[in-house]
Write a protein that binds this ligand. Structure first.
Ligand code: HEC
Ligand code: HEC
Length: 326
């Protein structure tokens, strides 16, 4: 009998050692992606392309600035570009967008900036939660990422101390296994609209909002772009992402011209500065930033989306009664 107890005790101790080792490994030795030794030359071409990506196609600006929640599309509050501080309440904690102006990250090396954008590891070596769409940026061309870095150096420095995101255990630990080396893809030829559109859709992270997630926070790829994700609004209710597959319940009946108009109409003054009261519909989609995208890019996104598997899902774009408990 005594022997059995002794064996059990040894097993328990072994188990604890394994667990402690696992914890130490995940918390101390991961993430393990090195910041490359690079210098990004700042050229006028890169600044121009970087501005387009930062402010429109990738809309970094939308998440990393202060928004005006009482206007349609949550437009920018003047003078807040890149200062961060936007919060997302998640089931596992609260995420906060950091200050990415030179006042906060001016002393990062180019390699550290690059690693944050494409691998999701900040200068302290901490993993970034993939609400920051680094898994998409990992598939962009290296040159596009360099353009973003070049443009970020031209941002007005703004002093703003943003507290760290708070992510509860065990996700805080699991997160450390996510960062990966980038898988840069070349920008496809613009004559191949579908392939080029796929690239633009990746840059713009359309799928992050338009592909539903399961209870574990994993994208349901068999429901790619079928919509249904709720985005709670500060003025009440939630915007629901729509089905943008080519099914009639998605964008199947939308012509290319209508699709382009849907994006472009938000540059019109009727939508810029449109007030939103409590209980009124507001969207989470960064329409006001996407509105300034090149028409060719919008056209290409349409071609790509129309090439997808049609999925029969129908959603209302706004649920005024939505609460987190649902
Ligand atoms: C959907 C919202 C969203 C978008 C779009 C977005 N970010 Fe982020 N970003 C975040 C959040 C949230 C974090 C912090 C994540 C965390 O705390 O784990 C972050 C972190 C970062 C960091 C790390 C800063 C630090 O101090 O740790 C950098 C750099 C960054 N983002 C740059 C960018 C760039 C450049 C783009 C566009 C190409 C971009 N982000 C687009 C939400 C976003
Ligand atoms: C931050 C989340 C978010 C992102 C990113 C996003 N969307 Fe949306 N989208 C929504 C939400 C929410 C709605 C529903 C409310 C509305 O119509 O504005 C929507 C609506 C739409 C609609 C209207 C469909 C209809 O039937 O009326 C289209 C088209 C669309 N999105 C396409 C895109 C494309 C293309 C991209 C990438 C360039 C994209 N979205 C990126 C959240 C997002």
């Amino acid at each position: 009998m005594k022997r059995v107890w002794r064996i059990l005790l040894v097993l328990v101790v072994l188990l604890l050692v394994v667990l402690a080792g696992g914890y130490l490994y995940l918390s101390t030795f991961l993430p393990r992606v090195e910041a490359p030794d690079i210098t990004v030359e700042v050229t006028p071409d890169r600044i121009e392309r970087g501005a387009y990506l930062f402010n429109h196609a990738a809309a970094c600006i939308d998440c990393h600035s202060q928004r005006n929640d009482n206007l349609f599309g949550h437009p920018l509050q003047e003078g807040t570009v890149g200062m961060g501080g936007h919060e997302w309440q998640m089931p596992f904690g609260v995420l906060r967008s950091p200050n990415i102006t030179p006042a906060a990250i001016g002393d990062w090396t180019d390699g550290e900036l690059y690693r944050a954008i494409v691998s999701g590891v900040n200068a302290d070596g901490d993993a970034l939660f993939p609400l920051m769409p680094w898994p998409n940026y990992a598939k962009m061309s290296r040159e596009d990422i360099y353009s973003i870095i070049a443009y970020m150096k031209t941002l007005e420095p703004i002093e703003n101390e943003v507290p760290d995101s708070e992510i509860s255990f065990p996700l805080s630990l699991i997160m450390n296994t996510m960062p990966t080396e980038p898988d840069h893809q070349p920008i496809p030829d613009k004559d191949d609209l579908v392939a080029y559109g796929k690239y633009v859709v990746t840059v713009s992270s359309c799928s992050d909002c338009h592909t539903p997630m399961d209870d574990r926070g994993q994208f349901m790829m068999d429901q790619y772009m079928a919509g249904g994700n709720p985005f709670p609004q500060p003025t009440g209710g939630a915007a629901i992402s729509m089905n943008i597959t080519p099914h009639p319940n998605g964008i199947g009946d939308m012509s290319e011209a209508e699709f382009i108009h849907l994006f472009k109409m938000y540059s019109d003054s009727a939508y810029v500065h449109k007030p939103v009261g409590n209980g009124d519909f507001n969207s989470e989609m960064p329409w006001l930033y996407y509105a300034e995208m090149d028409t060719l890019d919008i056209k290409a996104m349409y071609a790509y989306l129309m090439s997808l598997e049609p999925i029969d899902k129908k959603h209302d774009r706004y649920d005024p009664e939505w609460t987190a408990a649902k």
